[in-house]
Write a protein that binds this ligand. Structure first.
Ligand code: SF4
Length: 372
């Protein structure tokens, strides 16, 4: 569920987000309820995880969130054991709000820390300070969520390994059960993108980015976190993101809200991106679908390869052959040999798994495979 509001728009962000105008939160909630009802009549698969993301769901007040969650439960085929995930920003965290989120049924809380360094936070356009991020993590941990996760960003222009290591060490000392480390991406059309175009902002070299990535693996590994996906680390399998794992497993999902994407196993469709267009479409026809594509067997095979080689579990080559009638192993004998010799992947029976080194270059790896 995409909540399109943020208190301030970060200069690197290219999501469909805006600062909420007068009455927009209420109009959004009404439209979302209508959209959930629309899909409740059409989506027959049971739903066992719900992810409130965005945007910043905590930009909605707790009454608004309670209304939203109650409506989702009423309109959609959620299972009794469905798990609720929610993204929040540190400046919204307070003990009483954590209690309200717990009461809503939030089990997995994802906190947008990004950095503990005030200078970095200012450059990222974030509204919190480092100490507030620490207090927010502690507050969430004390509130009794099943899993507290914290997001960090690395690869800021000019970022030194020592600064990144300090962020990792501060976080591991606080001890959330789950950590996501995202490499900063500079998108065209954002203030960061314009800064790069004008030569005022310089991306870190790939070698420096890789150094920071390996540093994250080393520090988090030493602190007891396992890397189970390129950007995601957990303290034991029980704290992995059950929701995000579905994307990597190619499971069907329903997206609601502006810019949300959905996938039924064959077809992908997506909603109007801008809030006014989304509101108008839902008012007109109950949904806001603006485009769709049917994925061919080859598309699905390629996506499966791409997604699975981002996970530590890797890809079962036999299963892949059965599903897509593509003998990946036979078509790529020398490539797989060389990836294993260079310790970018390992073969374990029929499973091809990326190593930490392979995860650092996962997208590049996939591009080298032949599918026919
Ligand atoms: S808080 Fe997240 S979603 Fe909101 S503007 Fe910043 S990066 Fe984008």
């Amino acid at each position: 569920v995409h909540v399109p509001f943020c208190g301030a728009i970060c200069p690197y962000c290219d999501f469909a987000v805006r600062r909420p105008g007068a009455g927009e939160r209420a109009r959004y909630l009404s439209a979302l309820e209508r959209e959930a009802e629309h899909w409740g009549k059409r989506w027959t698969r049971s739903i066992d995880t719900v992810y409130l993301g965005g945007g910043t769901p905590s930009a909605l007040d707790d009454d608004g969130l309670a209304r939203l969650v109650a409506h989702l439960r009423a309109a959609l085929p959620l299972t009794d054991a469905s798990l609720l995930f929610m993204e929040v920003n540190p400046e919204d965290v307070r003990a009483e709000r954590c209690a309200a989120w717990r009461a809503l049924g939030v089990g997995f809380l994802s906190l947008g820390v990004q950095s503990f360094d005030n200078h970095e936070l200012r450059r990222l356009g974030r509204r919190h300070r480092g100490v507030e991020a620490s207090v927010a993590v502690e507050c969430c941990l004390a509130a009794g969520f099943e899993t507290v996760s914290a997001d960090l960003i690395f690869g800021l222009p000019g970022q030194q390994p020592s600064a990144w290591a300090a962020n990792l060490d501060t976080l591991t000392a606080l001890g959330p059960e789950h950590v996501s480390c995202y490499q900063l991406t500079i998108h065209e059309g954002t203030p960061y993108g314009r800064g790069r175009q004008r030569g005022r902002l310089h991306e870190l070299s790939e070698a420096k980015q890789a150094e920071l990535y390996h540093l994250a693996h080393e520090r988090l590994g030493r602190a007891g976190y396992e890397a189970y996906e390129v950007s995601n680390f957990s303290r034991g399998p029980g704290h992995r993101s059950r929701h995000n794992q579905k994307y990597w497993m190619h499971a069907p999902y329903l997206g609601l809200g502006p810019s949300a994407h959905s996938f039924d196993g064959r077809r992908r469709w997506w909603n109007e991106r801008a809030l006014p267009a989304y509101l108008a479409a839902v008012q007109r026809v109950g949904s806001a679908v603006v485009g769709s594509e049917r994925l061919s067997q080859r598309d699905l095979a390629l996506e499966t390869l791409m997604l699975r080689l981002r996970t530590a579990e890797g890809l079962d080559l036999e299963d892949f052959r059965g599903r897509f009638e593509v003998d990946l192993r036979g078509l790529n004998v020398s490539l797989i040999e060389s990836l294993c010799a260079n310790r970018l992947t390992a073969l374990d029976g029929s499973w091809l798994r990326p190593t930490a080194g392979g995860m650092a270059v996962a997208d590049g790896l996939v591009a080298r495979f032949r599918l026919d």
